[in-house]
Design a protein around this ligand. Structure first.
Ligand code: R5P
Length: 306
């Protein structure tokens, strides 16, 4: 099995390779002073099935360009098939036209992956079902994995800590996350109670307002989301929960983009702990003491072994 990795999340790629009993194949990624990249595939891939691991995150444009060049290099070198492991698929939130004149960025990305002859894709907790449709239309096989099982284990651990507290509730910070929260509640031993929050985001300024809670707030609230970028959604949700009686607020999100002031703001917030997975490589300067990162490498390894 030949596994090539871009530079976005090398620790995850190395973990996967090691779990598969191999090491990463050789590739050269050179960045020129003007930030252009040159990619060269060094190991021989002629007639081989290869895996490429590359995520996006805080620098989607940089990592996508790198990925496109890796894919081009592989095909020019005669790779037979390419499985792309893209744990966080950047631009997936721009999956339809919100305001007239906008680009559907996700469709552009999927079209490019097709052009670069990606055969199958493995990704995590996609923002909406529309993503699946784009891949289906382009006849790219998509394996949609989820970190929810990992979060379910973590929630059981937290609930044991609060064994005196039957007052624990799951929270979706917006109405778009209802499906996710229902799934998670169903995965837990008992049917966990869940509530939802109605949120408004100003598309011009990016500001977020949590306006209404649907359901009864527990003393311990666990907010579950797919992505943390600026942290505004979770901070607004946790402030509203705190004003309504929540005393211990935990946050779990699959993808920790942690852009802008996100790390500082989350650290200062009423949130007790922020749990994310390693779908995105988090640089040391973006880490903060309330942050905990759980690995999903073994879920990818299991999928690649199929
Ligand atoms: C939105 O629909 C998503 O599920 C996330 O809640 C959102 O993208 C998080 O972004 P931010 O951290 O910038 O509020």
């Amino acid at each position: 099995m030949l596994i090539f990795s871009g530079s976005s999340n090398l620790p995850l790629a190395k973990k996967i390779a090691s779990q598969l009993g191999t090491t990463l194949s050789k590739i050269e990624i050179h960045t020129f002073p003007d930030r252009e990249n040159r990619v060269r595939i060094i190991d021989k891939v002629l007639d081989k099935d290869v895996i490429v691991i590359q995520s996006t995150g805080v620098s989607p444009n940089r990592y996508y360009m790198e990925l496109f060049f890796i894919l081009d290099g592989l095909k020019r070198s005669g790779a037979r098939s390419v499985t792309l492991v893209i744990p966080y698929l950047g631009y997936q939130r721009q999956d339809h036209i919100f305001r007239s004149g906008e680009a559907v960025s996700l469709e552009v990305i999927v079209n490019l992956l097709k052009t670069l002859r990606v055969d199958s894709v493995i990704s995590f907790d996609l923002h909406s079902l529309r993503t699946q449709e784009f891949f289906n239309t382009k006849r790219i096989k998509l394996s949609h994995l989820s970190a929810l099982s990992v979060f379910a284990k973590e929630i059981k651990r937290i609930s044991r800590r609060f064994s005196d507290d039957s007052n624990l509730v799951l929270v979706s910070p917006d109405m778009g996350g209802i499906r996710r929260i229902k799934l998670l509640s169903g995965m837990l031993d008992e049917q966990f109670p869940y509530i939802t929050i109605e949120k408004n985001r100003d598309l011009n300024t990016g500001s977020v307002e949590s306006v209404k809670i649907n359901g009864k707030v527990g003393k311990t609230a666990i907010i579950v989301d797919d992505v943390i970028s600026t942290g505004k959604t979770l901070i607004a949700a946790s402030n509203l929960l705190s004003e309504n009686g929540a005393q211990h607020i935990y946050v779990m999100a699959t993808h920790g983009i942690l852009s802008g002031e996100g790390p500082e703001d989350l650290q200062k917030s009423v949130i007790k702990k922020v749990i994310v997975t390693d779908t995105i490589g988090i640089r040391p300067n973006r880490r903060f003491s309330k942050l905990e990162v759980i690995s999903i490498a073994s879920l990818i390894t299991k999928e690649l072994r199929k």
